[in-house]
Design a protein. Structure first.
Length: 249
């Protein structure tokens, strides 16, 4: 693989050279390797086909989760979310001990205690992990998804970005069946507060707690704003926002 530093920036394929852009830089590589037809049919590539099938399944599982969360993901994500989630789902898929090689499933892996533990604590925005932003203790009730704060002092117990004057918190409960793709969301009230030294008690109560086959994911969203002339604006395109899975059942 070569790096292109020339004035002419090309993207695409010319004869046996492929030009592409990654992380703002231009690269070029030569086409080659084993033909697709051989990989799909040659018995000697059976392991490759099995790995490819599981790779595709893990990618689909990650996409399923992102789509199920809807707008929450767009409020707090980083540029490498898809690849990070692919790695996460691959780890969970590897916990499937009942399916044949090439057919292992995320739905089987996440049904295990270890699979749930891997999913728990995942931050959708790696630039703003929950544990690096929120330092206030809270009580989580798995039976109803309620999250309670007592004597929460935002200016002392919140790592807020420069320019932020306010923040909001919201919780959500997602029921997701990785096998069938069925999902349902329940959202809590939104608590919006100034970043001050005034202690407050906040409670996030989901309007519903969806249940069924599959798993339950409990999430917390923290968003930052800057108030100007009485209007709150999202801070820097929401790049400081937090979205984290706090529990998986």
């Amino acid at each position: 693989m070569a790096k292109s530093n020339g004035i002419l920036k090309i993207e695409g394929t010319i004869e046996d050279l492929t030009f592409y852009k990654k992380d703002g830089k231009n690269f070029v590589r030569r086409k080659g390797g084993v033909s697709r037809e051989r990989i799909l049919n040659d018995p000697s590539f059976i392991r490759t086909r099995e790995n490819g099938a599981e790779f595709s399944h893990s990618a689909s599982a990650g996409k399923l989760l992102r789509l199920a969360l809807g707008g929450l993901v767009f409020k707090a994500k980083d540029s490498k979310l898809s690849s990070r989630m692919l790695q996460l789902m691959s780890k969970i898929k590897n916990l499937d001990t009942v399916s044949l090689r090439g057919q292992r499933k995320v739905s089987e892996g996440v049904s295990t205690a270890q699979g749930k533990q891997i999913l728990k604590g995942f931050d959708f925005n790696a630039n703003a992990p929950l544990n690096n932003v929120l330092f206030a203790p809270f009580v989580f009730e798995s039976s109803n998804g309620v999250i309670s704060f007592t004597d929460f002092i935002p200016a002392e117990q919140l790592q807020f970005p420069q320019g932020a004057t306010h923040f909001s918190m919201q919780s959500a409960v997602l029921h997701l069946d990785f096998e069938t793709g069925e999902s349902e969301m329940g959202y809590s009230n939104v608590v919006n507060l100034p970043i001050s030294f005034t202690p407050n008690a906040s409670v996030l109560t989901p309007a519903s707690v969806p249940t069924g086959n599959g798993c339950q994911l409990f999430l917390m969203l923290i968003s930052f704003y800057q108030e100007l002339n009485g209007v709150q604006y999202s801070l820097k395109n929401e790049e400081f926002n937090v979205l984290s899975i706090i529990e998986v059942l």
